[in-house]
Design a protein. Sequence first.
Length: 302
Amino acid sequence: MIIDTHGAPDFEYTYIKVNNLQFHAVQAGPRGGPLVLLLHGFPEFWYGWRKQIGPLAEAGYRVLVPDQRGYNLSEKPKGVLAYSINILAQDVIGLISALGEQKATVIGHDWGAAVAWHVAQHHPERLEKLSILNVPHPEVMLRTLQKSFEQILKSWYIFSFQIPRLPEWVLRRKNFSIMRRMLLSSSKPGSFSPAELEIYVKAWSRPGALTAMLNWYRAIFRIGIQSLRKAGDGPFGGRIQVPTLMLWGAHDVALSRRMAQPSIDQCDAGKLVFFKGATHWVQHDEPEGVNAHLIDFLTNGL
């Protein structure tokens, strides 16, 4: 199979079988270096970390960036239940093991951050460190949705995605014009170029990809909300034991910055850094600053 390098031919493109699925992934950096996994969110794929992969590899880290299940060139199992948060976390554990490692540092953005939180809560023995970009601790998110009408309004799209088939039709219209506009309107000017948007459209257009991507949202409602609980039970609760760095673009249109401090308060050892001029897409808006903080965290700790 020919792998589209999207203009980054120096990276290694590979497939890794985990949980009976083939995951496409990009690797970089020395094989003997400490392992770092970068987890993308919606509606991205490995390419969303393109500005971080090289600097982390050059700093001596072995970097693995998968297309998560359902995205781009990774397999796309059918059905909502295939995208439960527990299964998504097991994919991460499987990738760490497939590379012959017991532990890794996991860095996640958007849905990738939600998966990273879950791994840290339920499998802390598999993590060295954790870094979260612009996503609150799941317990904080749940409490906020229960109390804040403002956050409910910000999260309107999550509720709309629960409708079968209609969101796919709407999002696919006019060559994904709504999704293009969403990235442009919610980021700093220049963070997504026209050429880069075409690369995203190619990933979104792969057979079965759009439904699989939306099934992540559908699964959290069908499985997660139904399992609610006392604090600390189910998929939402639980303190974070591993060292945690949270990077947060202050101008996030979907997630209130007021959730950031309560989230880092859920960590036994945590540090919160706000990027005052950045948006939800902080690693695109401020790549040099994000890279500097990540490398310092990886190398020196909190």
